[in-house]
Every structure is written in C-alpha cells, then in structure tokens.
Design a protein around this ligand. Structure first.
Ligand SMILES: C[S@@+](CC[C@H](N)C(=O)[O-])C[C@H]1O[C@@H](n2cnc3c(N)ncnc32)[C@H](O)[C@@H]1O
Length: 257
C-alpha cells in the first residue's frame, strides 16, 4: 500500500499509469545528474534558513542531492509529486540516507500546490514544468516565491531553429510549445524574472537516464499493457541517438525581482 496515495482530484495521472509502471523503481525519471543539480544550486543565492520546495520531484533524485548539500542549513524540503508511489520510494531512500527529517514528501498538483504565495526562497523542479507548460508554469511558480526568491528547473528546449523533421514531429506531439533558450528567456524576463544563469545538461545525463529506461524496458517486456509504452520509450531513445544535437534539457535559474 502506498504511504502517499495519489489525490482522486488528479485524474490527469491516469493517462500516465503505464509510464509510471514502466518507470517504477527508477531513481531518475528524466535526464539529469547530481553534478548538474549541484551546478545549478551553486548559482542560487540563499538566505540562512531557506524555504524550499521540489515540485514534480518524482522519486526525489534532486531532492536528495539538495537535502545532502544543504544539510548544514537544516532547512526542510517539501517534495511534491502527483505520483504517490514515487514518493514512497523517496521516503525510503531519505530514511536509508538519514535525510528523512529534511525531506517532506507530499502528494499534490504542482500547478496548484497549496503553497502560500510569496513564501518560497527556492523552488526546484527537474523535468516537470512541461506538464503545465513553460509560460503557465513560470506564472504560477513565480507567485510562490518571495521577492528575491529563486526558481531553478530543467526543461526540454530546442537547440536549433530548424531541427530534423523526425525530431520536430515527435516533440510536436510530446511538447508542442517547446521553446528555444532565447524564446524561453524572453518569456521569463517578460514575467519579471531575472536570469541568474542557464546551461545545457550534458548528453551523459541523458544516456544515464536512458540506461535505466532500457533496463526497465527489458525487465517489463512480458508485462501486460506495457508494449506500447516500451515501444514509444525505445523510439524516444533512438530519436535522441539520431537527433539529440537539435534539442536537450536546459537548467534555468531565475530570480523574482
Ligand atoms: C519527467 S518526471 C521527473 C521526475 C523527477 N523530477 C526526476 O527528475 O526524476 C516528471 C514528474 O512530474 C510529475 N507530475 C506530472 N504532472 C504533475 C502535476 N500536475 N503535479 C505534480 N506532479 C506532476 C510526474 O508524476 C513525474 O514524477
């Protein structure tokens, strides 16, 4: 039984059920790494006792890195995701690593997380903003920050104005509003966010994630109802092999004025 049952008010998660089954137990559910998380964190100015949330944290790969790195500040991290089973995994990992007092898993909707406006010093999110969209995500998340507060998050981004047709078609289905770095930063500045930094995740962050995906695909091949999801994940990996130069994840570090 899940310690963190999903809210019945989040029916949108039903569409993800096969993907959640396939990704069960994966420590990262998207491209990323400890090194990238720490690089982004080094660009974030923080007060002595910051209020922190990791939205769309999944099983908390980034939450655990933040909790370890910020341990001396003794600031708890609200770790929010719609997937209660991923939060169970985070809870167990945090307990095993002695970080449980600093990690507070909670099921919720990151588009409406129930966090008081103007209360956060640091809003973290890796690979999740696409679920609510860049502009809407920035608008909602900016409201949660105190003046001077920072949001640091990754998002899939075009690196080329004219990507290969196969990439354009696939990402057009997965993330139709995906922007270039330039367009994304323009939108952020237009919403009153100062750009403290941004950098592209190394392709190794993708390959490490894909290694986990492929291992799960092999393990789940015989499971009923997963064939389509496995095929689409393999198509995604193949696309990255062929056209990964045209897109990738970018870490954006933005400060509320
Ligand atoms: C690509 S995964 C990234 C997870 C994690 N940050 C990582 O890097 O491993 C996206 C996560 O967003 C969560 N998610 C999607 N829509 C959500 C929503 N509206 N509210 C909360 N979580 C959501 C999914 O359950 C999933 O865990």
């Amino acid at each position: 039984m899940s310690l963190h049952p999903p809210f019945p008010s989040m029916p949108f998660m039903e569409a993800f059920t096969p993907l959640l089954r396939l990704f069960k137990g994966m420590t990262r559910k998207g491209p990323g790494s400890e090194a990238s998380t720490l690089r982004a964190l080094s660009l974030c100015p923080l007060p002595v006792r910051p209020a922190i949330a990791d939205l769309g944290c999944g099983s908390g790969a980034s939450t655990l890195v933040l909790a370890r790195a910020l341990q001396p500040l003794r600031a708890p991290i609200l770790a929010l995701d719609a997937d209660g089973t991923a939060l169970d995994d985070l809870w167990e990992a945090a307990q095993a690593q002695g970080l449980l007092p600093l990690v507070r898993p909670r099921t919720g909707d990151m588009a409406n997380p129930g966090i008081p406006a103007g209360s956060l010093d640091l809003l973290w999110s890796e690979g999740a903003i696409a679920h609510i969209g860049w502009a809407e995500g920035l608008r909602v998340w900016r409201e949660l920050l105190r003046p001077g507060g920072v949001m640091a998050f990754t998002d899939a981004t075009w690196f080329e104005d004219s990507p290969p047709p196969a990439a354009r078609q696939a990402w057009g289905d997965w993330y139709p509003t995906m922007g270039t770095e330039e367009a994304n930063l323009r939108t952020a500045r237009g919403l009153g966010l100062e750009v403290l930094g941004h950098f592209r995740l190394p392709s190794q962050d993708w390959w490490d994630y894909f290694d986990q995906v492929e291992a799960r695909c092999r393990l789940c091949e015989e499971q009923e109802g997963l064939a389509e999801t496995i095929a689409s994940m393999r198509a995604e990996m193949d696309l990255y092999r062929r056209a990964g130069h045209a897109y990738g994840y970018v870490f954006y570090i933005l400060q509320k004025a």
